[in-house]
Design a protein around this ligand. Structure first.
Ligand code: C5P
Ligand code: MG
Length: 175
């Protein structure tokens, strides 16, 4: 049987969850959402950036966020999660890939996030250097069921597509 062709794309998925904690800042996609609770975590607990970071690492088959940024390391305490995402994108570029699009879902019972959709999308698009039209951020409740639905946690899911850069493909076929 002939080997499957190697397509110039890599797909990746990421998932993350953080416990809800009163008094902590709520950071979603680099945006501070005004709320009387936020998310527990070693870093800034940006569940969306963490899920997108894992999706990029997954597309590259380069492990997960904890491998690159252990949550026991003092230097990542309170860290801005933008740096995790940018590290994953740097690894993508070093491997000849560019991010093509991001789709994501944040699962949170309350507050309603839809008024923050535009600003979170813009912030995520800026973080990954994509036009807003290539970045999707969706919201769901947990329908009062399970840890999300009972208001105990927030989850995020992300899917990314990486495309092999033309210059990288050319240099490999020539080399
Ligand atoms: O979870 P459910 O399907 O009931 O959510 C309905 C809509 O409410 C979602 O499509 C989303 O636009 C919005 N939503 C939101 N903030 C949340 C959860 C859902 O704005 N925390
Ligand atoms: Mg996380």
């Amino acid at each position: 049987m002939a080997a499957a062709p190697v397509l110039p794309f890599r797909i990746g998925q990421g998932w993350d969850t953080h416990r809800i904690e009163p008094g902590r800042p709520m950071i979603l996609g680099g945006v501070r959402v005004p709320c009387d609770f936020g998310f527990a975590g070693h870093s800034d607990a940006d569940v969306l950036f963490h899920a997108v970071t894992d999706a990029v690492l997954g597309a590259l088959a380069l492990g997960d966020i904890g491998m690159h940024f252990p949550d026991t390391a003092p230097e990542w305490k309170g860290a801005d999660s933008l740096q995790f995402l940018q590290h994953a994108l740097k690894l993508a570029a070093e491997n000849g890939f560019a991010l093509s699009n991001v789709d994501s879902t944040i699962l949170l019972e309350r507050p309603k996030l839809k008024d923050f959709r535009a600003v979170i999308r813009e912030s995520l698009a800026r973080a990954v250097s994509l036009p807003v039209s290539s970045v999707s951020v969706k919201f769901k409740t947990g329908e009062k069921v399970g840890p999300v639905g009972e208001g105990r946690s927030c989850e995020a899911q992300a899917v990314v597509l990486l495309a092999k850069l033309e210059s990288d493909r050319r240099s490999r076929s020539e080399g």
